[in-house]
Ligand binder design. Structure first.
Ligand SMILES: [Zn+2]
Ligand SMILES: [Zn+2]
Length: 326
């Protein structure tokens, strides 16, 4: 690949992630806790409770699907590959990057630590921190839809045409960097001296994973506050705006930003994916080659995309890669 074919913002993004990882590795090697930290990261992010929940939801998808399809549909198999990659590679990567961000913040911006939180009741501290983390994740997600360099990384997540709970893991390995940078800030601010129980991170992760499930659940009245599968599905809709329903766990940020679209009761499941398939997807072609699709999707954000004739004419179907979704 020639230099002018490289999309430089993505290269820069990868360099920042590498730099944060290097900082994280240095801090962990200095403390001699590299192995233990990665093991506890695995326990928090892909432990037995979390994997068990994912498996239960996979069964629910077959029993009460929003869109009926085979358990071995291409989209399911592809997202299962993403899940394996997540457990094997992404979890250690984001754990080390998280340590790197925390080390930099504590080392160079220790003034952000709010000492007064030490006097707060434990449960208040936990709730406030989780809400602040969710706000930061909303901000990161909103930025991924607003700014083209971030959208190039996030777009892979939106290519899924057969949404499943495993779509939560369908993401570029580097995409977690921006979210982690933002989400680490409130954790350092509030709980620098008394870390949160890993169980709470797992609970938060579960709440953020279920909304991708291929089930029609809208959670009734709770769905006005908590992101439900029916609510998040509208964010993945192939037709219509994608800068709505950006919430990860709470809908309140979308409501405040006038970006909340609540699902209509009994409405049929909308189609999901990116119109015009600007990125390779597993649904095209006669044979499914999961590894080729995976590699093509990982390389794609690093390549310059030439505007297609369709995009140049300003058609409504123009590739969302050029403009970021609206
Ligand atoms: Zn999105
Ligand atoms: Zn999603």
């Amino acid at each position: 690949m020639r230099l002018r074919q490289l999309y430089l913002p993505s290269v820069l993004y990868a360099m920042v992630a590498g730099w944060l990882m290097w900082h994280g590795l240095q801090a962990l090697e200095h403390d001699g806790t590299l192995g233990a930290t990665i093991a506890s990261g695995r326990n928090e992010l892909v432990g037995p409770a979390f994997v068990g929940l994912v498996l239960v939801v996979v069964v629910c998808e077959q029993l009460w699907p929003a869109e009926r399809r085979s358990a071995l549909a291409r989209g399911h198999v592809q997202d299962a590959c993403f899940f394996v990659l997540y457990a094997a590679l992404v979890v250690p990567l984001v754990t080390v990057i998280g340590v790197g961000i925390a080390a930099l913040l504590v080392g160079h911006a220790s003034w952000i630590v709010i000492d007064q939180t030490a006097a707060w009741p434990r449960w208040v501290l936990v709730i406030v921190t989780l809400i602040a983390m969710d706000a930061c994740n909303w901000l990161a997600h909103s930025s991924e839809h607003r700014f083209r360099p971030l959208w190039r990384m996030h777009a892979i997540h939106h290519t899924q045409e057969e949404l499943t709970v495993l779509t939560s893991f369908r993401a570029h390995p580097l995409v977690h960097t921006a979210g982690f940078i933002l989400a680490t800030v409130p954790v350092i601010m509030m709980t620098a001296d008394h870390p949160m129980a890993p169980m709470l991170i797992t609970v938060y992760l579960c709440l953020g994973t279920v909304p991708h499930a291929n089930v029609p659940w809208s959670f009734g009245l709770f769905g006005r506050i908590i992101v439900s599968p029916a609510y998040h599905r509208l964010h993945h809709a192939m037709e219509g705006p994608q800068n709505v329903n950006l919430g990860i766990v709470l809908t309140v940020w979308d409501v405040l930003a006038h970006r909340a679209v609540f699902p209509a009761l009994g409405a049929p499941a909308c189609r999901t994916g990116l119109a015009g398939r600007p990125i390779v997807v597993e649904q095209e072609g006669l044979r499914h080659r999961p590894v080729s699709v995976l590699l093509a999707q990982f390389i794609e954000p690093f390549t310059v995309v030439k505007p297609s004739p369709v995009a140049a004419t300003g058609s409504a179907d123009a590739s969302r890669l050029h403009t970021s979704p609206t």
